[in-house]
Design a protein around this ligand. Structure first.
Ligand code: ATP
Ligand code: MG
Length: 350
């Protein structure tokens, strides 16, 4: 699932994990991170999974082999062993997943784990949030591993969520990924869905909200789940009795915008360097939607190649992404409007 900030990807991922558990899956849930390798995130979870499988009834030696291959994998990535001891009296399986090349080792590790799960007749779901933080070699190792799962028809599935990644994938990885996965786009809710999202919980609580109030909330939030949550919450608190009216929604709007500015937007803004702020301000000048990188450079009065570094640091920070070649867009809904509030004058006066 790919989509902008605050559209509900993590909420959906958690719901899917709940559904998978209910269906008898064992789940592994991790959040990718700028400064932490995928291998380090996976190891303790796979270790736990293999121990769980080990405790389940069933014959065969695939689980023990899984642990031996995991041990070999740990050796391959040469991390300090402290804290990642497998514990059991198992020797690493030499050569199984210790080449040091993630694109070879990760598929082999997944194969051993999935065969163990298969032997215990237990499906496994791996859920990875913030998938855009995976480095290209990690992403391609993961894609190769899932390709193996599909070829061998093993019971291991992957669900990811994050900012759009496909445009950033190159070559073979990309064509594999396009065949192996589907990439549902999670966007804002429609007007009907937005209205339902606010109205239903209010009516369940035995209170009433006017249609005009619901329409006003939709107009202000443009259907973005996080904003619906904020406006709904504040309107509910502000109203002294039913019905919640459009006037009440309007009264809360200043408060909501101030809270959003201070929390949702400002925390991101504060992590930016002055040059990054100026780049985003130029983007805001060009509107809400995707814009051409060339136009941004023009707006800044700079050459394309001199804005390259600031653009990549903004992508790394997850502030902008490339929806298609040569285009840039904000990852945070309505950030363009916030940038204009934060820096009213453009170009900035020196
Ligand atoms: N189905 C839902 N029901 C109620 N609230 C929701 C739902 N989906 C999303 N929200 C609201 O939107 C907020 C953001 O959702 P979530 O954290 O899942 O977004 P996200 O897409 O993971 O964003 P990010 O990219 O910043 O991680 C939630 O905290 C909640 O307030
Ligand atoms: Mg999230």
């Amino acid at each position: 699932m790919t989509g902008l900030r605050g559209v509900g990807k993590t909420v959906l991922l958690n719901e899917m994990e709940r559904m998978a558990t209910k269906e008898g899956y064992r789940t592994i849930s991790i959040e990718a991170h700028e400064n932490k390798s995928l291998a380090l995130l996976l190891i303790p979870q796979l270790r736990r999974l293999l121990f769980e499988l080990d405790r389940m009834a069933g014959a065969g030696n695939k689980v023990r082999r899984g642990l031996a291959v995991l041990k070999s994998f740990i050796r391959g990535i040469r991390i300090s062993v402290e804290g990642y001891e497998i514990g059991l009296d198992i020797d690493p399986e030499q050569g199984a997943a210790d080449s040091g090349d993630l694109e070879i080792d990760m598929p082999n590790l997944f194969l051993a784990v999935a065969e163990a799960a298969d032997e215990r007749q237990t499906p496994v779901a791996i859920l990875i949030d913030e998938i855009q933080y995976l480095r290209p070699p990690e992403l391609s190792a993961l894609i190769m591993a899932m390709h193996k799962m599909q070829q061998q028809q093993l019971p291991l599935v992957l669900v990811g969520a994050g900012l759009p990644i496909l445009p950033g994938l190159a070559g073979e990885s990309k064509s594999y990924a396009e065949r192996l996965f589907s990439f549902p786009d999670i966007g804002p809710l429609s007007e009907t869905e937005s209205i339902l999202a606010v109205k239903e919980p209010i009516e369940t609580a035995g209170e009433i909200i006017d249609d005009s109030a619901l329409q006003e909330i939709f107009r202000l939030t443009k259907g973005y789940p996080y904003f619906l949550q904020e406006w709904g919450y504040q309107a509910w608190n502000q109203a002294e009795q039913s019905p919640i009216t459009a006037a009440i929604v309007r009264e809360t709007t200043n408060l909501v915008e101030r809270r959003l500015d201070e929390n949702f937007f400002r925390v991101r803004f504060n992590r930016l360097t002055p040059r990054e702020k100026t780049y985003l301000r130029a983007m805001a000048e060009l509107g809400a939607g995707p814009c051409r990188t060339a136009d941004i450079a023009d707006t800044l009065g700079m050459k394309m190649n001199s804005v390259g570094p600031v653009r990549s640091s903004l992508i790394k920070k997850g502030m902008i992404y490339s929806p298609s070649h040569g285009d840039m867009a904000f990852t945070v809904p309505l950030f363009n409007e916030f940038m204009k509030r934060a820096i009213p004058e453009f170009p900035p006066i020196h």
